[in-house]
Every structure is written in structure tokens, then in C-alpha cells.
Design a protein around this ligand. Structure first.
Ligand code: ADP
Ligand code: MG
Length: 247
């Protein structure tokens, strides 16, 4: 049953969410606006978007190009600041954090998967999964064990010492998912994660995103053009000219 597996996921993870596992309240967005100034009227890219996503409630966002999907993901990912409205992730308001604290918050609590895998070409698959830890110094034994477990979860245990150039597109995207899951993020953001993959590989990659987000009890928000991928999500919303409407 879903509820018992959710409880297992919470029990099994460490309390490394912003407020610990018990405090995970997920994403709460109220009246989010994003405007860009122009010589005339401002360009409104997000129009009072409101959204509430408890952990374990994956959401797919569809909508035409230019409707504001990536802008919304960038705001949720704290890569971009909104012009108005409020946003909390597990009760933390990232907009209130100082820049250094915001960078640490993003690193520790948010995972990103983009259309392009953005792996570092000179690092092996295992090193790419560990990259945030390596940037802080040496990876611990526990970190290495977790990276190995994640590569096994995404079906790449035999590929950990391969460079990105020695992997297929689907394998590279699976490494990117493992990297995004390294910190058991409270929030997992995926912008067209299967956009560059053939349909069969896309379905496998989508399943992995789902499984790993569920295992870490992460909120998963995925932007997609793929009707097949969107259909796998229990919640779907459509972005149209900056407004988000749930199906
Ligand atoms: P989507 O991901 O749905 O294709 P985006 O969120 O990338 O759409 O873009 C939404 C709108 O915001 C587009 O019209 C785009 O031109 C505009 N936009 C994005 N970034 C900027 C920016 N830095 N300055 C001005 N306009 C921008
Ligand atoms: Mg986009």
C-alpha cells in the first residue's frame, strides 16, 4: 500500500531535510509572480501561481513553449527570485536566506535534472554523483557507499568508472538523476528530463525519477512536453501564459 511504503521511506531516511523528516511539509507557494521590466508594460511571466505539494505527491507541468514553466522551476529551485508572492520548502523561506546560506540550502535540499545532463566530462560517473561532496573536500566512506548504491539503483553499477563520453544518452541522464538524489533532496526538479531520449529510454528514465523520488520522500516536480510522461503523474498542471491550472 502507498501509505505504508511512504512511512517506510520516512523511517529509512536520515533527518537531513531542512526541518528533519518529521517536519517535511513540502512545497507551499502563494501568489508567486515574476515580471521583467520593459520600456512599456512589464512582461509578466508568472501570474499569481499558487501550489501546495506535500512530500510524495509528484506533479507534472505541461504547457506551450514560453508559458513560464522553466521560470517556475527556477524559482522553486531558488536559482531565480520571484517579483512577488511567497515560497517555502519544508517551512524554510529561501528568499529570507543570505546568499551563502541560500547556496548551502540549495545544495543540500534541492536536486536538479535538466534536459541536458550537464555532467562534468572529465569526471567518472561515480565522481559526477559525488561532485557536491568533492567540492566540499573529500567524500566520506558513507558518501562513496551512497553513490555506489545510487548507481546500482539506476542500473549502472558496472559503469561507475566510465566518463560521460563513454556512456549513452540514457545512461548519462541516469547518472544525472543519481547525482540529483545524492543528498536525498526535499525537492527534486526535472526540466524536460526525457526531452533528448528515445521513447523507450525516456520511459525507463521517468520510472527511475519516480522510484528514487519516492524512496527519498522527495517532492518531485517535472516539466515535460511528453504526454506519456505526464500521464504517469498522479497530479498534472498546465501552464498557460504564466498561469498554472491543475487538471
Ligand atoms: P518555458 O519554459 O515554458 O518555455 P520560460 O519560463 O523559459 O518558458 O520563459 C517564459 C517567458 O519568460 C518567455 O516569454 C521568455 O522569453 C521570458 N523570459 C525568460 N527569461 C527572461 C529574462 N531573463 N528576461 C526577460 N524575459 C525572460
Ligand atoms: Mg523551458
Amino acid at each position: 500500500m502507498t501509505s505504508s511504503s511512504t512511512i517506510t521511506a520516512v523511517d529509512a531516511q536520515s533527518t537531513d531535510g531542512p526541518g528533519g523528516a518529521a517536519a517535511r511539509s513540502g512545497v507551499v507557494v502563494r501568489d508567486l509572480r515574476k515580471e521583467y521590466p520593459t520600456p512599456g508594460d512589464p512582461l509578466v511571466v508568472l501570474r499569481d501561481v499558487s501550489l501546495s505539494l506535500p512530500p510524495g505527491a509528484p506533479l507534472a507541468i505541461v504547457g506551450p513553449s514560453g508559458s513560464g514553466k522553466s521560470t517556475l522551476l527556477n524559482v522553486l529551485g531558488t536559482l531565480d527570485a520571484p517579483t512577488g508572492g511567497s515560497y517555502t520548502l519544508d517551512g524554510v523561506d529561501p528568499l529570507a536566506l543570505k546568499p551563502a546560506d541560500l547556496a548551502a540550502f540549495r545544495r543540500d535540499h534541492i536536486g536538479f535534472v535538466f534536459q541536458d545532463h550537464l555532467l562534468l566530462p572529465q569526471l567518472t560517473a561515480a565522481e559526477n554523483v559525488l561532485v557536491a561532496r568533492l567540492a566540499r573536500g573529500r567524500a566520506s566512506r558513507d558518501d562513496s557507499d551512497r553513490a555506489r548504491e545510487l548507481l546500482r539503483d539506476v542500473g549502472l553499477d558496472g559503469r561507475s568508472s566510465h566518463l560521460p563520453a563513454e556512456l549513452s544518452g540514457g545512461e548519462r541522464q541516469r547518472v544525472a538523476i543519481a547525482r540529483a538524489m545524492m543528498n536525498r533532496p526535499a525537492l527534486m526538479l526535472a526540466d524536460e528530463p526525457t526531452g533528448n531520449l528515445d521513447p523507450k529510454t525516456a520511459a525507463q528514465v521517468a520510472d527511475l525519477l519516480f522510484d528514487l523520488a519516492a524512496k527519498s520522500n522527495s517532492v518531485l516536480v517535472a516539466v515535460t512536453h511528453s504526454a506519456e510522461l505526464a500521464a504517469r503523474f498522479p497530479r498534472r498542471a498546465r501552464m498557460h501564459d504564466g498561469s498554472l491550472v491543475e487538471d
